[in-house]
Design a protein around this ligand. Sequence first.
Ligand code: SAM
Length: 274
Amino acid sequence: MHFVSTPIGAARDITLRALDVLAGADLLVAEDTRTLRHLMEIHGVALGTRQVISYHEHSGDAVLARLLAALREGKSVAYASEAGTPLISDPGFVLARAVVAEGLPILAAPGPCAAICALTVSGLPSDRFLFAGFPPTTRSARHAFLAELKPVQATLIFYESPKRVHSLLEDLAECLGGAREAVVCREMTKKFEETTRGCLADLAEAFSTRSPKGEIVVLVDRAKEAPAEAGALEAALGKAMEGMTMKDASALVAEAFGLPRREVYQLALKRQRE
Ligand code: SAM
């Protein structure tokens, strides 16, 4: 069974291997059958006599049973969600679990994913990130959700509808603190692609007068360490630098404080200069 990633905007972002898999599969399965047929048409991949079977969140067990039966018979099955990578805020998880439970192989034809694309252009630390998907839509549930994410030492990645992006930015500023650096990526790989950077307080204000259109990913930098911890960090770094190279000292302290090595190395450089 192949899970095939498809473009998130620019049709030419499909991979050659994904096209090969689509060309060769006995059974084509899609979240949105029209989108997949259109994509295949654009790239000249003939459907031939094959049908595209619809499979989405609300498909019943009958479709799943049909796909598993085909796999058991040795047929090749390719599944694509509407855009990007299947399973990433898209259907595919139940199917994947069922295929694994049958002991059948799963392969990926990897490709575009909005979360990774946004992380790449964000300029935020990429050493550790947490994909949080779509936040809950009610304010109280969203606040509880964000409270859980507040201490996480990783870049946070959210998907959000353009209608709710302003209220999400306001809630992020309120729950995580307005000073955190953040980035809003809109319409990536498309004609009106736009990346807006700033602290959460400024972004919440900037988006209060905008009605953005299209698709959006919001990324938030991790919290800077608390001042008390900053003191402890400085002390540990100073001590480590007495008997080690700057690189080893930074690595040791980064490990101890759960911080990115690069960040601690910058601190060490600063200390040395001072
Ligand atoms: N499976 C997809 C992936 O791999 O990214 C995500 C599907 S999810 C239903 C759709 C959400 O992904 C959008 O609401 C938006 O948050 C994000 N997204 C998808 N395409 C995007 C794009 N071109 N630019 C910005 N965000 C995008």
